[in-house]
Design a protein around this ligand. Structure first.
Ligand SMILES: N[C@@H](CCC(=O)N[C@@H](CS)C(=O)NCC(=O)O)C(=O)O
Length: 252
């Protein structure tokens, strides 16, 4: 049995997959792509993942793409003692509904402050032609990049993204409260917790942890995920933006 994970240390989507592989103690070969250099847009990689994004998992020759799909795949194929999918169909449905919400809301919203605060200097250093060519070569993120431009997203977009992150925290609180916590769906972590983890860790890394100062349920959730045995091997050095980009501005 072999796993090859094409990913990037600081990529939030990749962190979900590393967490599940580590939690299940499945050894994997890690291929690290430099996303700012455009490794994800090279023909060999596009043949594996036509979206031109990480992560991609190759399991015994089978190519699986999209982080939410990959973590469901791993939990289905390796349904051993460490499992993140509830047994009851209604609970599974609730987990998948949370995962869709997470992909649409925080996973997308957190890219706006991430790009503005950490990645912009790299793009600002390119000529306009270079930047447009780079943006246009992206199968999935072309419009996102062109909208951002070399000057970054305007304040209105930043505020909208922060509002979507605030509403995510409210949804998490409601879920923890109704399930009894400490996880989103009760006493055990599910794939919904894994799916939202990187957005919350990224918020803390960007100086947004103050958004849950008055939210003890979120603070306890954050402590619980950091105490999980799979957390440390997932967030090896270089996985946080603040470790990779010393210039990182924070929203303090
Ligand atoms: N829905 C996809 C999204 C993947 C995605 O956006 N990956 C980002 C890193 S977290 C990426 O590869 N970005 C490269 C780019 O924008 O060119 C998933 O969850 O796998």
């Amino acid at each position: 049995m072999s796993f090859v994970l094409y990913n990037a240390p600081q990529s939030t989507c990749s962190q979900r997959v590393r967490f599940v592989l580590n939690a299940k103690k499945l050894p994997f070969e890690e291929v690290k792509l430099d996303l700012l250099a455009g490794d994800q847009l090279k023909p060999d990689y596009l043949a594996l993942n036509p979206n031109g994004v990480v992560p991609t998992l190759v399991h015994d020759g089978a190519v699986v793409i999209d982080s939410s799909v990959i973590i469901e795949y791993l939990d289905e194929v390796f349904a051993q003692e460490v499992n993140f999918t509830p047994k009851a169909p209604a609970e599974r449905a609730a987990m998948r509904a949370l995962m869709r919400f997470i992909d649409e809301m925080p996973a997308a919203a957190v890219r706006v402050p991430t790009f503005n605060l950490a990645f912009l200097p790299r793009f600002a250093a390119m000529s306009e032609e270079e930047f447009v060519a780079f943006a246009e070569s992206k199968p999935l993120r072309k419009e996102f990049m062109l909208k951002m431009g070399r000057a970054g997203f305007p304040e209105k977009d930043m505020n909208e993204a922060l509002d979507r992150l605030a509403r995510t925290l409210e949804r998490m609180e409601a879920s923890i409260l109704s399930s009894g916590g400490p996880w989103l769906q009760g006493a055990r972590p599910t794939l919904a917790d894994v799916a939202v983890m990187p957005a919350i860790v990224r918020m803390a890394d960007l100086g947004l942890g103050k958004m849950w100062n008055e939210k003890p349920l979120i603070a306890r959730w954050y402590d619980s995920i950091r105490a999980h045995p799979a957390f440390k091997p997932t967030y090896y050095f270089g996985s946080l933006l603040s470790e990779r980009f010393p210039h990182l501005k924070k929203l303090g």
